[in-house]
Design a binder for this molecule. Structure first.
Ligand code: AHR
Length: 514
């Protein structure tokens, strides 16, 4: 009898062990497929807004991500996903916008709140915004070529009639994936809670993540860009006063940055940042609300609208990049933030599509000079200009990255090509006054033309020459280590006929940084 009892107890114990093991395995299996809003919902702080140009933020989401409008006939199309819980169907955009240009007119909220963002109207500090060009920021996410949102001055999105977003001292969290390579020091590249009337209504009426190099005001530490809290009438890094935090020197020019803010609306806020391509989050501040400027931040007075790309009063001199972002109801736990960062890292944000060394769009390349003087010189950017300089295997990673370009379908003509910077996503090689620069694509017809080059057999008989799309008798040429579009003889020194055929002939080679 005892032996039967022992056998039964052992069987029960074994069953219990199996159940416990299965129970332990289940959350892991769920975590593996949990996208940011699944994570925050499971932690009791559900998303009340979930915006992304590049992927689903719920594993079950299979709706539209954003809407584009094309210039040729003003028709609109919704861009969705390749699969539920997956990545943007950028090919649908390419096909709809083929032969014309498109702007982004709406960014859908994936949460059940439907807090969709549309192009922002006029505000206290800025005229009505315009939509961002839909193809200005090609990147890869999850191995798929997709488009991020590239904001230039005068662009912004907003929803002034939201549901579920914190108001009047409510607690909330938010994050966005942005870029440290396309920033400026003007007001105010924000994502988060703002006024409902596009006007500055006073301290504490905003609670938004700010990202850029705007120092509000000295002293600021390091060169930025910083993740800051725009709480209205001030960008804050702590409660010591505005952008003040001696231990926060900024993220530097990381191509993909996770920026995070949470605020209990009463007496505490926290800021974090991380590299969206690897590693974990760093908390730069966690403490009391600011008291400067007459106070008014404790408690907060959020109004519950959502802004993206401008300040609360539509101050719209700022630039920035946006790939995805969410806002939650309630303060997320640090564990949930960590799980979200792990998920962001896991999808593999990147600047290219992997193939190398050819002029096929998506390929990464380096362009080597062929003139006898300079056969170790490559086209690279330096201080925003494009130049040639010697790059060797012992060059620094920075120099090699500066000398690597991603071939894109020509911004002005699909039968030509454009060159996107490897380490500055969204920045392209373009000419201006015949000289070459690395600049962010602003969507204008002029930029598109200036950044488009048409390959032809090398004029010297070696390699490839690149005719300027809008000045077809001028070719990409190095001259005194600078880069120009030059004609074969002409009034400018860089048009000199001497060694022109060699100077305009380039070897399309394997990328220094694949
Ligand atoms: O708080 C900084 C900025 O100040 C806000 O975004 C804007 O509304 C005001 O000009």
């Amino acid at each position: 009898m005892f032996s039967r009892l022992r056998t039964a107890m052992l069987a029960a114990l074994s069953a219990l062990v199996t159940i416990l093991a299965l129970a332990a395995a289940v959350p892991q299996a769920q975590a593996a497929s949990s996208l940011p809003c699944d994570v925050y919902a499971a932690a009791g702080t559900p998303c009340v807004a979930a915006h992304s140009l590049v992927r689903a933020l719920y594993s079950s989401y299979n709706g539209s991500l954003y809407q584009v409008q094309r210039a040729s006939d003003s028709a609109t199309a919704n861009i969705g996903l390749l699969a539920a819980g997956g990545y943007a169907n950028a090919a649908a955009q390419d096909s709809f916008c083929s032969g014309t240009t498109c702007i982004i007119t709406k960014i859908y909220d994936q949460s059940s709140r439907h807090n969709d963002l549309t192009v922002e109207g006029a505000g206290g500090a800025g005229a009505a915004d315009v939509g961002a060009p839909a193809d200005a920021l090609p990147v890869t996410v999850g191995g798929h070529q997709v488009y991020g949102l590239e904001i230039s001055a005068g662009m912004g999105y907003r929803d002034n009639s939201t549901s579920g977003v914190a108001t009047n001292g409510g607690a909330e969290g938010m994050y966005m994936v942005t870029s440290g390579t396309h920033v400026n020091g003007r007001c105010c590249f924000d994502y988060g809670n703002a006024e409902t009337n596009n006007t500055d209504t006073g301290n504490g009426h905003m609670d938004a993540i700010n990202f850029g190099t705007e120092c509000w005001f000295s002293p600021c530490y390091g060169g930025g860009p910083w993740v800051q809290a725009d709480l209205e009438n001030g960008l804050f890094q702590s409660n010591l006063g505005y952008s003040t935090n001696s231990s926060n020197t900024g993220t530097g020019a990381m191509p993909f940055v996770t920026a995070l803010l949470k605020n209990n609306g009463q007496d505490h806020f926290a800021l974090k940042y991380g590299n969206a391509q690897s590693g974990s989050l760093t908390t730069t501040y966690s403490g009391g609300e600011p008291t400067v400027n007459g106070g008014g931040y404790s408690p907060m007075h959020q109004e519950g609208s959502i802004v993206l790309g401008t300040g609360g009063d539509n101050s719209n001199g700022s630039i920035g990049s946006f790939f995805e972002g969410v806002m939650t109801s309630g303060i997320p736990t640090d564990a949930a933030d960590d799980a979200v960062q792990a998920n962001i890292v896991s999808v593999g944000y990147g600047g290219s599509t992997g193939s190398t060394g050819s002029l096929t769009p998506g390929s990464e390349i380096s362009l080597r000079a062929t003139t006898a003087c300079c056969t170790s010189d490559y086209i690279r950017h330096q201080n925003n200009a494009a130049v040639v300089s010697a790059i060797t295997s012992s060059s620094s990673t920075l120099d090699k990255s500066d000398a690597t370009w991603i071939v894109r379908r020509g911004l002005a003509s699909s039968s030509c090509v454009s060159f996107e910077s490897r380490n500055y996503p969204g920045d392209f090689l373009r000419h201006s006054n015949y000289k070459l620069y690395r600049q962010p694509m602003d969507g204008t017809a002029l930029f598109r033309s200036d950044a488009t080059f048409c390959p032809t057999t090398g004029k010297s008989g070696t390699g490839t020459s690149f005719a300027s799309y809008n000045y077809p008798t001028r070719f990409l040429r190095h001259y005194n280590l600078n880069l120009y579009i030059a004609s074969d003889g002409g009034s400018n020194d860089f048009d000199s006929a001497t060694s022109w055929t060699d100077d305009v002939s380039w070897v399309v080679s394997s990328p220094w940084v694949p």
